[in-house]
Design a protein around this ligand. Structure first.
Ligand SMILES: [Fe+2]
Length: 186
């Protein structure tokens, strides 16, 4: 269940109310069920996955990819698996912890674990959104945002790309004012 926190201290959990708060950014947030197939559920419960296991998971969810290919021209998908034992995890995550934009949409489907996106809205206000399993998010190109993990440091997410060239962070230098949820919970 997604959780949105605003700078003025409100916490929203209703998906349509969250959608309204994010409407000025053009962010799409949908609930997409993850298959209940026990094989897939067992794989999602593991910390790390081999390339073959990742592909098994991706194929079980490819009906969503096929839809994105037809409706929005997506061409690639992969599965990113993050857990605390990944070498240089902090270095990898630090690239995305500061406010940045991408030349392409950032499209993620969370299938296990969770992560936190922060956004700068057009009026300059900041919000943070915790995304959790079965949540699909499309952050439009050019949106000022940041991303970090909760203290569990675990997430599995399908990433969808139209191409991979536009998907490097461009830092905007905007300061993050909103209090970070992960710090608040320790
Ligand atoms: Fe990003």
């Amino acid at each position: 269940m997604a959780i949105l926190r605003t700078e003025d201290g409100r916490t929203l959990t209703d998906l349509s109310e969250i959608g309204q708060e994010l409407a000025s950014l053009g962010i799409k947030l949908n609930k997409w069920p993850v298959t209940e197939n026990p094989l897939i559920q067992d794989l999602l419960a593991q910390d790390s996955l081999s390339d073959g296991e990742k592909e098994t998971v991706l194929q079980a969810l490819d009906h969503y990819f096929v839809e994105l290919q037809h409706t929005a021209g997506y061409q690639m998908r992969d599965l990113i698996v993050i857990h605390p034992e990944i070498p240089n995890l902090a270095g990898m995550l630090s690239k995305f912890e500061q406010v940045h934009t991408h030349a392409d949409d950032e499209v993620r489907y969370i299938i296990a674990g969770e992560g936190i996106f922060g956004f700068v809205r057009p009026d300059g206000s900041q919000v943070e959104l915790t995304v959790q399993p079965q949540e699909y998010i499309n952050v439009p190109a050019g949106t000022e945002h940041w991303f970090y993990l909760t203290s569990a440091q675990r997430v599995k997410a399908v990433r969808y790309f139209t191409n991979t060239e536009g998907w490097t962070p461009e830092y905007t230098g905007t300061a993050i004012r909103i209090h970070r949820a992960a710090i608040a919970v320790g």
